[in-house]
Write a protein that binds this ligand. Structure first.
Ligand code: HMG
Ligand code: MG
Length: 304
């Protein structure tokens, strides 16, 4: 199959990245990160999460971040919402879109949102209809599609069923998520094949974590199967506080480098992402894992 001519990148660094950093990043620095990511050409930025501040204290300034960013025309500024309270907060903050987040394995659902899969879907159906009434698009995440940190393998048929139910309640796209970075290309194909009879490929995205270094090759497998939306985070920031061992998301720099090399348009400029990453790295207390970022940094240090 031909590769897509254009790919949409959903930048999740300010949310999925920063939610998992042990060092607290100050609100003005988060705002600067979001604005720099927009400068880099991103059109879809997940800014924060309107979740319980007791569960994820790193996201407790969601309102302040939204009120501080400079909104660019054509950019969607989005946030996670776990329930109606989250949606109301998101509406108050003027988000362009919200995302609900279900899981394909029961134990992860309980640990992440303190609810069974069924109970979460009932909540999300309400969130979807209230968002539709407010004219707000809803994206859906489905965690643990390729493996669960507590239960191990997850049947692709279960992923397919849940993805179709999310679409049935009105999400415009389901991000099939490799929460703990265990997927490999054969599994990407298997899950996409299982899912597609119920959900057209245009409504599927891949949200990959790079724990085992397979994220990029999984992108390539996804491209071969017609996936044209990928999530990534600047510098490879990221993880999940309720998934032991989950490390950073696929790095935006690594994704853009691959897609540029393949001649696939993204609208995102690598230099701009590197600038955003350079700004955040000194604030998180460790090196950013992106290989392309590290190569650029080494090159700059050597003066070549
Ligand atoms: P709970 O404790 O069962 O909820 O948490 P509750 O309804 O009993 O409420 C408890 C307290 O939280 C109450 O306050 C509520 O008002 C408050 P109190 O009366 O005790 O003072 N509350 C809220 N406050 C602010 N905003 C809200 C909200 N909701 C309730 N929206 C809940 C249930 C879902 C709220 C909680 O478990 C939660 O917030 N979980 C979020 C966990 C999270 O953010 N995980 C990381 C994101 S998911 C992820 O990273 C995966 C992804 O990247 C894809 C992948 O890689 O797999 C998306
Ligand atoms: Mg994630």
């Amino acid at each position: 199959m031909a590769l897509p001519a254009r790919v949409r990148i959903v930048e999740v660094g300010p949310r999925d990245g920063l939610q998992n950093e042990s060092v607290r990043v100050a609100t003005p620095d988060k705002i600067r990160l979001v604005d720099r990511l927009a400068d880099a050409g991103h059109t879809h930025i997940e800014v924060s999460a309107f979740v319980s501040p007791r569960w994820v204290p790193q996201m407790d300034d969601a309102e302040a971040v939204f009120s501080g960013i400079t909104r660019r025309p054509g950019v969607r500024y989005t946030a996670l919402v776990p329930n109606r309270t989250g949606l109301d907060r998101a509406l108050g903050a003027g988000v362009s879109e919200v995302a609900v987040f279900a899981a394909a394995s029961e134990t992860f659902s309980q640990r992440n949102i303190n609810a069974s899969i069924e109970a979460s879907l009932a909540t999300y159906a309400e969130v979807c209809s209230a968002a539709a009434a407010a004219g707000l698009p809803v994206r859906g995440y489905l965690s643990t599609c390729f493996g669960c940190p507590f239960e191990g393998p997850v049947p692709p048929a279960r992923v397919a069923e849940l993805a179709a139910r999310l679409v049935g309640m009105g999400v415009y796209e389901v991000a099939l998520s490799d929460t703990i970075g265990v997927a490999h290309p054969a599994q990407i194909r298997e899950v996409l094949e299982a899912t597609q009879p119920g959900v057209p490929v245009e409504k599927l995205a891949l949200h990959l974590h790079d724990t085992r270094g397979t994220a990029l090759v999984n992108v390539y497998a996804g491209l071969l199967d017609g996936i044209a939306t990928f999530d990534s985070s600047a510098g490879g920031l990221g993880g999940c506080p309720y998934a032991p061992g989950a490390s950073g998301n696929l790095a935006t720099e690594d994704l853009v480098y691959l897609l540029d090399g393949l001649g696939i348009e993204t609208g995102v400029q690598l230099d701009g992402v590197l600038t955003a990453s350079r700004g955040i790295e000194p604030l998180i207390g460790h090196d950013l894992p992106s290989r392309v970022y590290q190569a650029a940094r080494a090159r700059a240090a050597s003066g070549r």
